[in-house]
Design a protein around this ligand. Structure first.
Ligand code: FAD
Length: 383
């Protein structure tokens, strides 16, 4: 097959790797507008469950990525200066650039050509192909220019977030919530190399307006965030990498392909970073697309149909959970005001509805016990 892939993110690269492994004769080119060693952001985090899929499906890739990974068993929720370690939530993280570099080297060894610094602006530019895969991220023009065909819906969420890094190496994945006179600031932070951490700051829209971020320079924005999180950063600086305030687009498409053009990864659907699953979902799309094609002997139309049948049910569950999770952050100011810190931690743990009291008990008996003291009624309902 002649396969052209737009976008060398995790979804596009992983699809290239799977197809080439199935059949070395496939002619596969990946187009990437960025430089080989340039990427946005710092580290990405996977929940334990998020990595299980890779271990089960592709042990070789799992082993290639493993040396790049930092792993820890617990997470910490910090409510101002009070820290609550929560056990039973395993996480793994790695630098986005490190992960992509492993994937670049791997697919090139398999014989896939990656054309860096090549921006694709029209489908004609990739020439004749059996299959064109649009894996060009949340802001995919392939999707936007064909919204009527893909039946796209984009729901811009009101919270603002900015993806920073810091040289402070945190011990666990931590969510720090700090009350300020402008509102609550939340930092999602975790180590992804022995001496670097991601430090993503999120605020509600009103907080963002009250703090005056719209008119603030990038340097002053960093200084502002460093002051808010001074007790957490221990004198380490916040580092920028093209970091700017954004809103999260909740994206869904009712059609996944037209003709021989298919969407995968963030171009197909987004999943809020708070559930640590965007990269995993993109790679799982790749697995399902490769499987769908293979089951239909590379008949493109039948394969694309099968891709959707295989992929939609499990993906929909995570998409829905991610959307519930992001709405929890949109209420964090109110939740902090009306809840005791223990209730707040419990609310965080159970926010997507996928973790019930029995599961909290299994993961962290101490948290469950502390919550039962405040809410004995949960005992009756969980018996
Ligand atoms: C702030 C933030 C934090 C996140 N944190 C996490 C996390 O902790 N864990 C996690 O798993 N996920 C996280 N994600 C999500 C994760 O980054 C994405 O879900 C994942 O990268 C999607 O992979 P993808 O391959 O679909 O797209 P992308 O990774 O976005 O890759 C798309 C590629 O296409 C290229 N491209 C775009 N347009 C063109 C064009 N016209 N021509 C050529 N190339 C093009 C881009 O340069 C890019 O390299 C986060 C996302 C954000 C925004």
């Amino acid at each position: 097959m002649k396969i052209r892939i737009i976008g060398a993110g995790p979804a596009g690269l992983y699809f290239a790797s799977l197809m080439k492994r199935k059949n070395p004769d496939h002619d596969i080119v990946v187009y990437e507008r960025g430089y080989r060693d340039a990427t946005w952001g710092f580290g990405v985090v996977f929940s334990d469950r998020a990595l299980d899929f890779l271990k089960a499906d592709d042990e070789e890739m799992f082993e290639l990525l493993r040396p790049e990974m930092e792993a820890w068993k617990d997470l910490t929720i910090a409510v101002n200066d009070q820290k609550f370690p929560i056990s039973g939530n395993g996480f793994t993280s790695c630098g986005r650039l490190e992960m992509l570099t492993v994937l670049y080297d791997h697919v090139e060894k398999l014989g896939v050509e990656i054309k860096f610094e090549t921006e694709i602006t029209s489908l004609d530019q990739v020439g004749e192909a059996d299959l064109i895969v649009a894996a060009n991220g949340a802001f995919s023009w392939v999707r936007d220019e064909n919204q009527d065909k893909f039946k796209t819906s984009i729901n811009w969420r009101p919270n603002r977030f900015i993806w920073y890094g810091t040289s402070k190496a945190f011990d666990t994945l931590t969510l720090t919530f700090r009350e300020t006179d402008k509102g609550v600031f939340c930092a999602h932070h975790y180590r992804y190399t022995p001496n670097m951490s991601t430090f993503l700051v999120e605020v509600e829209e009103d907080t963002w307006n009250r703090a005056g971020f719209e008119d603030m320079s990038p340097e002053d924005t960093i200084r502002y965030c460093e002051e808010v999180f001074a007790n957490d950063l221990d004198g380490h600086p916040i580092l920028s990498n093209n970091s700017y305030w954004r809103q999260f687009p909740e994206i869904w498409n009712d059609q996944w392909h037209f003709d021989n053009v298919v969407l995968i990864g963030d171009a197909l659907r987004t999943a809020h970073f708070s559930i640590g699953s965007g990269t995993r979902l993109g790679m799982e799309d790749a697995i399902a697309l490769a499987r769908g094609l293979s089951e239909k002997n590379n008949d493109v139309q039948a394969g694309l149909q099968r891709f959707r049948e295989l992929r939609e049910p499990p993906m929909r569950k995570i998409f829905d959970a991610a959307n519930v999770s992001l709405r929890w952050y949109e209420e964090m100011d109110d939740l902090m005001k009306k809840m005791e810190p223990i209730e707040f931690c419990y609310s965080y743990m159970t926010r997507t509805g996928r973790v019930d009291h029995a599961e909290v008990r299994r993961r962290d008996p101490k948290l469950a016990e502390a919550y039962e003291k405040l809410h004995p009624e949960v005992l009756a309902s969980s018996e």
